[in-house]
Design a protein around this ligand. Structure first.
Ligand SMILES: O=P(O)(O)OC[C@H]1O[C@H](O)[C@H](O)[C@@H](O)[C@@H]1O
Length: 517
């Protein structure tokens, strides 16, 4: 560790208060030289993507999330209008909600938001809320699962009386995601039970013509905001998906977009020496041998960024976790991402990072400013912020001393502009990395397998339900009747027993368990 090595390895954008330090990644100059062909291609690939090429060949789609913060970039007037129109409309909608012009049927102002969505239709709003929502004009709650107990917990937080002052945002690009549909059905049931008109409290954010879009029309939703097919779920936080809730919360969305645009601007430059997103992608490549051999541990030293690793998990893993490359070769690519926050995790899992399996590289996120306003000394001469900085610097060094590499990203403070910057940095690093390893970062074919298997399980569950009688039967007997896999049938029966639909009499093993009405 030396100041000259640090200086030589640092990319900083002083106007943005941003720096990226890869000095502890030990990037080898000759290796970088050898990568120059791929680097050039990655720059060209991203230029073409931004110019509107079909960068998602499997789905035949353009990839337009970079246009969202610079609509001038969009290749046609129609596409530009699809960004600027909804942006103006959502701002106007937020002003009307804040001013009470758009209000609940009884005239009450909306005080709460309930966002129903999953994956890219929830993670961005959750991150934005956690990082920036502390002075929110509306309190936000989430249904991001089909867990009934989780739904009940959230409804209890809102309270029976709060429901009438709650604006519900149903967010689904496809408009057909089962978890989100279930959440909406559960929310509607709660409104119905309270004697409230769900539609008069609801807003849909979805693709035009989707099931949700049609349902919104039928139920007379208060408003609808479109989601375009050229924005992927995991990069949708700067589309209507992230901006509608953020604007309603009173978060400065212009600053958020400006931060992303500023990072895009810097990392659009085709110069590997100064391009932070390319440097990040190269560091990932070097660490994991271009095959994801090292996991990415994300450690922001700031409570308000605790969800950033969870957000990056989807952005990086759903984008890069692919079985085939663009030429059809089997590659099984990806980079595993996990993390939480420092210094908290020094008391949880940093022990393994320092001494255990060396299968990762760390990404520290440093926020230079400790707090707004006055501070106290927690001991003579030192503040809490001094400690936070000490722990970050100390851990980074301790890891390096035991051969664990790390990246350090620094920002001045957490605000809409800097959060926009950070998100853009990782989005562009993902685009570059995908080019370096020749994969399509913009589809997610693997997600479908689990969804299909879940649908098959539900069909089986319904068939099993139809076979239950007062006579006890074991799983093999029911499986024979429904022509199903005995283990799957057993799990159906066990599920029904756990939820009071059937009685279970335990045998010596699951094979001997019997079930009856
Ligand atoms: O917005 P939706 O269409 O409801 O999709 C929500 C999420 O579910 C899918 O399974 C995808 O893997 C995610 O990329 C997406 O963000």
């Amino acid at each position: 560790m030396s100041l000259s090595n640090y200086s030589a390895s640092l990319i900083r954008y002083p106007d943005l208060g941003f720096s990226l330090d890869t000095s502890l990644m030990d990037l080898d100059a000759s290796w970088l030289e050898g990568m120059s062909g791929k680097i050039e291609k990655a720059f060209v690939d991203l230029q073409k993507l931004e110019a509107g090429e079909i960068a998602n060949p499997d789905e035949g789609r353009m990839v337009g999330h970079y246009w969202l913060r610079k609509p001038e970039l969009a290749p046609t007037d129609e596409l530009r209008a699809a960004i600027t129109g909804p942006l103006a409309a959502l701002k106007e909608f937020a002003v009307k909600v804040h001013g009470g012009e758009v209000a609940a049927p009884g005239g009450e102002r909306f005080e709460n938001l309930l966002l129903i969505g999953i994956g890219g239709s929830a993670l961005g709003p959750q991150l934005v809320n956690d990082a920036l929502g502390h002075d929110s004009q509306l309190n936000i709650h989430f249904f991001d699962n089909t867990d009934p107990a989780g739904i009940d917990r959230t409804l209890a937080e809102i309270g029976q009386t709060g429901l009438s002052r709650t604006l519900v945002l149903v967010v689904s690009k496809s408009g057909g995601t089962p978890e989100t549909r279930n959440g909406m059905v559960e929310a509607k049931a709660a409104y119905d039970a309270a004697g409230l008109d769900f539609g008069k409290h609801a807003v849909a954010i979805t693709g035009e013509g989707s099931k949700l879009d049609k349902f919104a029309d039928e139920e007379g939703f208060l408003a609808k905001f479109p989601m375009e097919d050229w924005v992927g779920g995991r990069t949708s936080v700067m589309s209507t998906v992230g901006l509608v809730p953020a604007a309603l919360q009173g978060i400065d969305i212009d600053d958020f977009l400006a931060g992303a645009a500023a990072m895009d601007e810097e990392t659009r430059k085709a110069d590997a020496g100064t391009n932070a997103a390319m440097r990040l992608a190269l560091a990932w490549h070097a660490a994991g041998n271009g095959k994801g051999e090292k996991d990415m541990v994300v450690l922001p030293y700031k409570d308000s960024l605790v969800l950033f690793s969870k957000y990056l998990q989807q952005l990086v893993m759903e984008s890069l976790g692919k079985s085939e490359d663009l030429d059809g070769n089997t590659v099984h690519q990806g980079i595993a991402v996990y993390g939480n926050k420092g210094s908290t995790d020094q008391h949880a899992y940093v022990q393994q990072l320092r001494d255990g399996v060396p299968n990762f590289f760390a990404t520290f996120i440093e926020v230079r400013k400790g707090r707004d306003g006055d501070t106290i000394e927690v001991e003579p001469g030192n503040t809490s912020a001094d400690y936070l900085q000490g722990f970050l610097r100390g851990t980074r060094k301790a890891l390096y001393e035991s051969g664990r590499k790390s990246i350090t990203i620094s920002i001045g403070e957490v605000n809409p502009f800097t959060l926009g910057m950070l998100i853009a940095l990782f989005e562009r690093a993902v685009s570059f990395y995908a080019s370096l390893v020749n994969i399509n970062a913009y589809h997610q074919p693997g997600v479908e397998a689990g969804k299909k298997a879940a649908a098959t399980f539900l069909d089986l569950l319904n068939a099993v339900r139809g076979r239950l009688t007062a006579d006890p039967k074991n799983a093999a007997e029911v499986a024979y009747e429904v022509d199903g896999d005995p283990e799957d049938v057993y799990h159906c029966l066990n599920h029904l027993a756990a939820n009071g639909e059937v009685q279970i009499a335990l045998g010596d093993t699951p094979e001997g368990d019997t079930f009856s009405l």
